[in-house]
Design a protein around this ligand. Structure first.
Ligand SMILES: *Cc1c(COP(=O)(O)O)cnc(C)c1O
Length: 388
């Protein structure tokens, strides 16, 4: 029998990290010690009080049954309370919140609720790949909004051609941004709301890094913009804030019709997040937030060591206000892949070539601050010894 993959899988763009993976294996096989700045996955454990809450909840048989599709009332209420405290935005936990099995799950599913064939989704390039893959899976077309340094890595909405705007049904944005580490102001979100209202476009704002910010900076919620709740929703995740990437827990909030559409898709596909995990999530959101402060402190310290070190070697990099990424310009004469390849083969340092996040990411590599201070210093020594 011949097993044939669907067109939807065959149409996926080629996996751009294949060559880098091959090089990584070769370097490892050669016995070189590898320092990996490639993955955006926190290297620190989930705080103990959250683990304790899971342990207690897992013993309760009431949590062994199918959870509610839209999330436990208590979790959605905890989300609304946290949101009011954090952003001063009021949410109705019954209609304006939906619990997700990680925010990736919600992002991957939402185009199924709103995109038909011929509809366009506006997606940032470079960007988190799930936005465009999910749009394609739903049969939609893509328009990539380039995030350029001269625009502070914000999309230039005025540059989108009129015929594209007319067909656009959804827009995905993400601030603080992965991979550029850019942040957005309230004014930018106001502009997005005006654009969405004028052209009838559903806005999906991915706020996975809303709590990972430095030097006292507090990222705004998209829903703080006037009228935002009538055009869009915001995705949040407990993954980065509480070192819970493996637990799979997130939520979406905002416009009730959009939340309802996403919930309807989900109710036909999954059966919600394990209640014990939601109970632990309540503890995370309601409990002592000093673990979040400690997380910021750790990444800020690493950021300073790595940025200062890279600059002293002669590389050009902004000090990010948020996220755990550095978006580094590759030196003259290199492509993203060539530079990442050189760092890997000669220094054993893994970075991610920027073009892997979209064509507009060419000319950059991304480094994730998921490596301890001593290893960062070691990596800097090695990069310095190659010289650029
Ligand atoms: C890490 C990340 C997420 C979080 O995904 P989860 O599914 O909640 O773990 C979402 N968006 C972006 C841009 C991310 O980098």
């Amino acid at each position: 029998m011949k097993i044939e993959k669907s067109q939807r899988l065959k149409r996926l763009p080629p996996y751009l990290f294949k060559e880098l993976d091959r090089q990584k294996e070769a370097v490892r096989a050669g016995g070189m010690d590898i320092i990996d700045f490639g993955v955006g996955d926190p290297d620190m454990p989930t705080p103990p009080h959250i683990i304790a809450a899971l342990k207690e909840a897992v013993e309760d048989p009431a949590n062994h049954r199918y959870p509610s599709y839209s999330g436990m009332e208590a979790f959605n209420r905890a989300v609304a309370v946290w949101y009011k405290q954090r952003f001063n935005v009021v949410l109705d936990p019954d209609t304006e919140v939906v619990t997700l099995i990680g925010s990736k799950e919600g992002i991957a599913h939402i185009p199924l609720a709103f995109i038909d064939s011929g509809d366009v989704a506006l997606v940032a390039s470079p960007g988190y790949p799930v936005y465009h893959v999910a749009t394609q899976f739903a049969g939609g077309d893509l328009y990539f909004m380039d995030l350029l340094k001269e625009n502070a890595f914000l999309p230039d909405l005025g540059a989108i051609p009129a015929e594209v705007v007319k067909k656009a049904k959804m827009m995905f944005i993400n601030y603080p941004n992965n991979p550029t580490a850019a942040v957005a102001s309230r004014e930018f979100f106001d502009e997005v709301v005006g654009f969405a209202q004028a052209h009838n476009i559903i806005v999906c704002h991915d706020a996975a890094y809303s709590e990972m910010a430095y030097d006292g900076y507090k990222p705004a919620s998209f829903l703080e913009a006037r009228g935002a709740k009538s055009v869009g929703i915001e995705f949040h995740s407990l993954s980065k804030t509480y070192n819970m990437t493996g637990w799979r827990l997130g939520f979406a909030v905002g416009c009730r019709e959009i939340i309802q559409g996403l919930g309807q898709i989900k109710s036909n596909i999954d059966s919600g997040a394990f209640q014990a995990v939601q109970m632990a999530g309540i503890t995370a959101l309601e409990g002592d937030q000093s673990c979040v402060e400690a997380m910021r402190h750790t990444y800020q310290e690493r950021r300073d060591i790595l940025v200062d070190g890279l600059r002293s070697i002669g590389l050009s990099v902004e000090k990010p206000k948020a996220t755990f990424y550095l978006w580094i310009e590759v030196p003259d004469g290199f492509t993203s892949a060539a530079f990442a390849g050189r760092l890997l083969t000669e220094a054993g340092v893994v970075t991610t070539p920027g073009n892997g996040f979209g064509a507009a990411g060419e000319g950059y590599v991304r480094m994730a601050l998921t490596v301890g201070r001593e290893r960062i210093r070691e990596a800097l020594e090695r990069i310095k010894s190659i010289g650029f």
